[in-house]
Design a protein around this ligand. Structure first.
Ligand code: ADP
Length: 338
């Protein structure tokens, strides 16, 4: 398969401090990749390296099969990134959106392209006449996105695109990037804390931890930040307001995993030291090598796989769409090294 982006033996340091180490990463064309991980895990750095806006300390990047270097002409036309805090030129909205097209000498009618881009992000074409300071935070973010979409890029990288905007802007941003993927085959790479959004739209979610890609599957990863709730007891709130309890984390942002065998889906009451989450079954999988089936469950924005006993499977009714209680013991989780 030909990948649109490939990293080989990429490492990055800031002032001699290593922050990223990626032996290999392949991104398929027209795919949607999510980047998740705690603050400081290297998501922004990875996006800058993938978008060829920052040079990595060592390693190689291939765009469309060709070894590429930051800001080379061939790439500049095809990859674009929306940073966490995009910068608008101190000019009109029209000039902001048209700027990228002009410097790329795009053979398009600028007025048509600007209007199209504004509509894509859900803004009226009258916005074109506004100045950069006549915009709310959400509108400014949408204009910054419109400026990137006007280029119809092959690859669009987004760093927390909906983190600090109002709900309507977040909706428009989500809709616009998906449309770009569908209409023009734009490959999307999105770093976001909104895990349920990533779960919904991504073909694949990469979980970064301390500058490395976690080799375990994204399921059964427990993410903080953790808050202390009692003696040696910490918790985090999931997107559906359920509370997930853990034993003392080494760091408030640490991640943990829980093994599929440590999760119990039987309908008995929780025992002492046990907690539970309510979830919905999304799939049931059989593997000849395993003793019993594996049940996939979603609880808020967390995904779990539980390995269950054949006897339990035979006596209880597990079907996709059914609600279940996922019993676990907080002390049975394993903290990942910092
Ligand atoms: P994330 O996007 O996951 O929050 P970042 O890629 O921003 O993570 O940061 C990864 C690590 O690199 C952090 O420890 C951060 O402090 C450090 N870092 C990021 N940018 C710089 C920089 N320009 N100079 C020095 N250190 C940086």
């Amino acid at each position: 398969m030909k990948y649109i982006l490939q990293l080989k033996k990429v490492a990055h340091s800031y002032n001699g401090r290593p922050v990223l180490s990626i032996p290999e990463l392949n991104i398929a064309p027209v795919s949607i990749t999510g980047l998740a991980g705690p603050n400081g895990s290297g998501k922004s750095t990875l996006l800058k390296i993938l978008s060829l806006t920052e040079r990595c300390s060592s390693g190689d990047i291939y765009f469309d099969g060709v070894k590429s270097v930051p800001l080379s002409k061939q790439v500049r036309h095809r990859i674009t990134m929306l940073p966490q805090e995009p910068y608008l030129l101190k000019r009109s909205v029209f000039d902001n959106i048209a700027y990228g097209l002009k410097i790329r000498n795009a053979q398009t009618n600028l007025a048509v392209s600007v209007n199209e881009a504004l509509k894509l992000v859900g803004l009226h074409t009258s916005f074109a006449a506004r100045q950069w300071h006549e915009l709310s935070g959400g509108e400014a973010q949408r204009i910054a996105l419109a400026a990137r979409l006007a280029l119809k890029p092959d690859c669009l990288l987004l760093d927390e695109p909906t983190a600090s905007v109002d709900m309507e802007s977040a909706r428009s941003i989500r809709k616009a990037v998906l449309l770009a993927q569908k209409e023009w085959g734009t490959t999307l790479i999105i770093a976001s804390h909104h895990r349920s959004w990533l779960n919904d739209i991504c073909d694949r979610i990469i979980y970064l931890y301390n500058g490395r890609i976690l080799e375990c599957s994204f399921e059964n990863v427990l993410l903080g930040p953790w808050e202390k709730t009692g003696e040696e007891q910490y918790c985090t709130t999931l997107s559906d307001d359920q509370v997930l309890y853990v034993s003392s984390p080494p760091h408030p942002e640490s991640a943990a995993i829980i093994s599929p065998e440590a999760l119990d889906l039987s309908s008995r009451e929780p025992m002492q030291n046990e907690r539970f989450l309510r979830g919905v079954i999304t799939g049931i999988f059989f593997d000849k090598l395993l003793a019993g089936p594996r049940i996939h469950i979603v609880c808020g924005d967390h995904r779990f796989i539980a390995s269950i006993d054949e006897k339990v499977f035979a006596t209880e009714s597990f079907r996709p769409g059914n609600k279940v209680r996922v019993l676990y013991r907080p002390e049975e989780i394993t903290w990942l090294p910092q």
